[in-house]
Write a protein that binds this ligand. Sequence first.
Ligand SMILES: [Zn+2]
Length: 348
Amino acid sequence: MKAVQFSDHGDRDVIEYGDYEDVEPGRDEVRVEMRAGALNHLDIWTRRGLPGINLEMPHIPGSDGAGVVESTGNGVSRFEPGDRVAVSAGVSCGECEFCRDGDLTLCVNYHIIGEHVRGVHSEYAVVPAENLVAVPEHVDWETAAAAPLVFQTAWRMLIDRGELEAGESVLVLGASGGVGHAAVQIADYAGAEVYATASSDEKLEYAREIGADHVINYEEENFAAEIRERTGNRGVDMVVDHVGATTWQNSLKSLAKGGRVVTCGATTGPTPETNINRIFWNQLQVIGSTMATPGQVDDVLELVWDGTFEPRIREVFPMSETADAHRLLEEREGFGKVVVIPDERYDG
Ligand SMILES: [Zn+2]
């Protein structure tokens, strides 16, 4: 089969598209004929190489994807050949204290398809049946591939970990990116007053279209100062920060007394300075979140499948042009998700 792959970490030129050894499904696994995959910032980190993660090379990247079940292992009863499925990338052991307690994302052996183990940006992918969700007939492949990772991440972060309630105010940073555009839609759905930042007027217009009530161009304004001004110096109840080092201090400055910042990533770096005085004096909460439980994935994807939430498709590439897809993400061009299609199925 053909697969996106790399044998060394490095710049975009390490990415190739070519032959890869075919794999048959194990007992609890499913072999899926992939129709589309979607990229996440995770793919950039994985390509560059993450400390502590030693990948089996060549590595197939890709945490998001969707396709048709081709065959199943003997232990699989939930799916059969012909079923339409999407991949939900979080893998848990099912045996540790945290898994037995019911929150699979806290698994001590938690890992992510595409990041720690072989991903799904290939003609065929073998994944555990537990990592598949059914996709209704009316949902197109690009939507099915683009939704799972960012929508489950944003859903757990805002609704479960952040306990966002109607009437609260939320600031979503980087509203045009994958997680950001999911967070704006979810915050709006939850009945919150939504502030959103982006780097251009076009992106801000888009943020408004998907549910932002107030927008701030962070290239032109200091967003913390803007939030203070626009809220009568109160601040917002929640800040959604997946940006990291460059925004962290202003995120804390944007919070109202007793507010909370929720974080699921640090695209610009993980080690900003933090003023602890601000945290205790204003009684702030710093809340981490990653991925989502299968139940939370079902909840949010139901709302994608019925059209309540819409993953915006930024651009679609054949898998052989995955390096160009990485460039769009690295240069923050456009909004929403970048999709890749196996070359044999790509029709321009
Ligand atoms: Zn576990």
